[in-house]
Design a protein around this ligand. Structure first.
Ligand code: PNS
Length: 166
């Protein structure tokens, strides 16, 4: 039987525990999960693609997991074809996510009808979590323990509080 491969795409600037929760769920359903980090400097990310990939690799774990991390640019559906995947996985947190996600899913279907989009819901504890809020809260001195992996806490400290300010 052919491998069931899913692509989990995103900006991951930075990855947080809501993303990790979706990845864990995805790994149970699919034989392989390709975490695809968008290469788009136009979005002015806090972390470079390489930094985001390294953080995801450390957070997800190394050898023996059925995950790999890659970057992509251009159309997502073309990347999905290149890696031989059948599905795109997206996390759905709240009704507010729905419209944007539906537009993307239907546009992607139009661009490539072979690619299905699968929505997974994260654990309730994370439904309010976003990379934007992670950066904002941290930069204003808020605590993020339990919301991001340690590697991200360390990277945020180095990037946003290089002088060790609490
Ligand atoms: O984490 P994000 O920023 O919500 O992820 C958005 C992402 C990367 C999934 C989306 O911007 C994307 O797929 N970009 C690639 C370009 C593309 O295919 N655009 C058409 C989508 S309908």
């Amino acid at each position: 039987m052919s491998q069931r491969i899913a692509v989990y795409p995103g900006s991951f600037d930075p990855i947080h525990n809501g993303h990790l929760d979706i990845i864990e769920r995805c790994r149970v359903i699919f034989d392989e999960v390709v975490i695809a980090v968008l290469h788009n400097e136009g979005k002015k990310p806090l972390f470079s693609v390489e930094e985001r990939i390294d953080a995801i690799r450390e957070a997800v774990g190394g050898e023996g997991t059925n995950c790999r991390v890659e970057s992509f640019s251009g159309l997502l559906v073309d990347f999905v074809d290149r890696v031989g995947a059948q599905a795109v996985v997206r996390g759905l947190r709240a009704v507010s996510d729905f419209e944007y996600e539906m537009q993307m899913a239907l546009m992607n279907r139009r661009l490539n009808p072979r690619v299905e989009t699968v929505f997974l819901m994260p654990k309730q504890d994370y439904i309010y979590l976003s990379s934007r809020l992670v950066k904002e809260v941290f930069s204003l001195g808020g605590k993020l323990e339990g919301l991001v992996p340690d590697v991200v806490l360390r990277s945020l400290e180095a990037r946003l509080r290089p002088d060790g300010r609490a």
